[in-house]
Design a protein around this ligand. Structure first.
Ligand code: 7TS
Length: 420
């Protein structure tokens, strides 16, 4: 049964969520007759507003051509739209120039680009790379691969039992002189928002280059790469109301200038001879082959959409929802929520329910329309630290409501009934 304990939460959001929800057609879906979807899996991928769908459709219907090559009207329009999207993204993250914004496929490819281009050029046998125990696999495996190629030493900042990075241990590890520090800005499991500005300043004092995995921060928090002083900053469109297939690597211009290309082919060259090539200028040097043009344009529309609402308001809304969700979840006997309290985290609540496997929790919740992810969330080492194989995870975005949190809680009580 639904818990009757009254909430002490004020249930106030700065957003007109009902109006926002009208922009997301999929949120009206019934997953079975009479059961409307409650989408609580935006950490895996967000839903897309019609403004993004329309921008992509308009591109294909009216303008479609390949970019950076034709001089006919459609090619020029497509190139202009693609480059305008890059400019919007540069503005959104506070980059000094669109030359610092490289389109990739996703966060994963962005991090691999740094590892294989910057890493192979600058790291030698015995060099130390400092990561953390709360990384997504996409900020672990590329460094493991490079460590194998280059005989590097990987070290990890530990996570405290309440889901924060151990900053004293971080300072001590920096004394060992890592060449590179790569860390997640906001954890996709614990929701922890790491003190990125402080971590970057400390890394720079120690002489290290920094990589920020911003897959979860760029969609949910106001970000400014100059204020953070990040050297590299990686994120994906699909987690921030944009389409799949496109992401970004931001890099400081001087670093990108000095890096060799990652992938070779068309568009990344200025001149090619049979046995040699001259690389193109930034940002094209890192964009080999025909890119995801319509997706980049859709990404630009997603940025306009988020900016139109305001990242401050989005963050405040998610904070209110998360506070409410943690309060409601923690009152359920047998539920254990991982990670720090709401004031130190973003809109993620990973939890276990005593005596029930997270996959069963997710499957039963799905019967009631509630979509949550279950598993290790591509962070197996982090789950090992907490001695659990898996969690169920509810995550929130600008279109989620307090009522949806209630539907989640009702669903968990149903799961408990089935397993009692
Ligand atoms: N880093 C973090 C912190 C992430 O949460 C994810 C995706 C990635 C990197 C990789 O992003 P991609 O776009 O390259 O795949 N996280 C999740 C998740 O939590 N559930 O599904 C994907």
């Amino acid at each position: 049964m639904l818990s009757q304990s009254p909430s002490t939460h004020s249930l106030v959001s700065p957003l007109d969520v009902e109006k926002i929800r009208e922009d997301f057609p999929v949120l009206n879906r019934e997953v079975r007759p009479g059961v409307k979807v409650v989408y609580l899996d935006s950490t895996a991928t967000s839903q897309k507003p019609r403004q993004v769908l329309e921008a992509m459709e308009a591109h294909y219907r009216l303008h479609n051509a390949n970019i950076h090559r034709g001089i006919h009207t459609l090619a020029e329009e497509s190139t202009a739209a693609y480059e305008a999207a890059r400019q919007r993204i540069a503005d959104f993250i506070g980059a000094r120039s669109p030359r610092e914004v490289i389109f990739t496929r996703n966060t994963t490819e962005s991090i691999n680009l740094v590892a294989q281009s910057w890493g192979r050029a600058h790291l030698q046998a015995g060099d130390m790379v400092l990561l953390t125990e709360m990384e997504h696999h996409s900020n672990l495996v590329p460094w493991q691969m490079l460590a194998e190629q280059r005989s590097l030493r990987l070290e990890f900042v530990p996570v405290t039992p309440d889901g924060l990075l151990d900053m004293d241990a971080y300072r001590r590890l920096l004394e060992q002189g890592p060449k590179l520090v790569a860390f997640v800005h906001m954890s996709n499991v614990l929701g922890t928002v790491n003190p990125a500005r402080e971590m970057i300043a400390l890394a720079h004092q120690a002489g290290a280059v920094t990589v920020v995995d911003a897959a979860q921060s760029a969609p949910h928090l106001p970000v400014d790469v100059c204020r953070l002083d990040a050297d590299f900053f990686a994120f994906s469109a699909h987690k921030m109301c944009g389409p799949t297939g496109v992401g970004v690597l931001y890099g400081k211009e001087a670093l990108l200038e000095a890096m060799p290309p990652f992938l070779g082919g068309g568009d990344m060259i200025k001149r090619v001879q049979l046995r040699s090539f001259t690389a193109n200028e930034l940002p094209h040097k890192f964009e080999a082959g025909t890119p995801a043009i319509a997706e980049a344009i859709g990404f630009g529309a997603a940025i306009d959409y988020l900016t139109g609402i305001g990242m401050d308001k989005i963050a405040a809304h998610e904070h209110a929802i998360t506070e409410y969700a943690l309060e409601r979840l923690e009152e359920i006997p047998g539920v254990w929520v991982f990670g720090p309290p709401a004031d130190k985290k973003g809109g993620v609540a990973s939890f276990t329910l005593e005596g029930v496997h997270p996959h069963d929790v997710s499957q039963i919740l799905d019967r009631y329309g509630v979509a949550v992810r279950a598993g290790h969330h591509c962070a197996m080492p982090l789950h090992e630290q907490f001695n659990i194989p898996a969690t169920a995870r509810a995550s929130f975005y600008l279109y989620n409501t307090f009522d949806e949190v209630d539907r989640l809680v009702e669903g968990i009580y149903k799961v408990k009934e089935i397993f009692s």
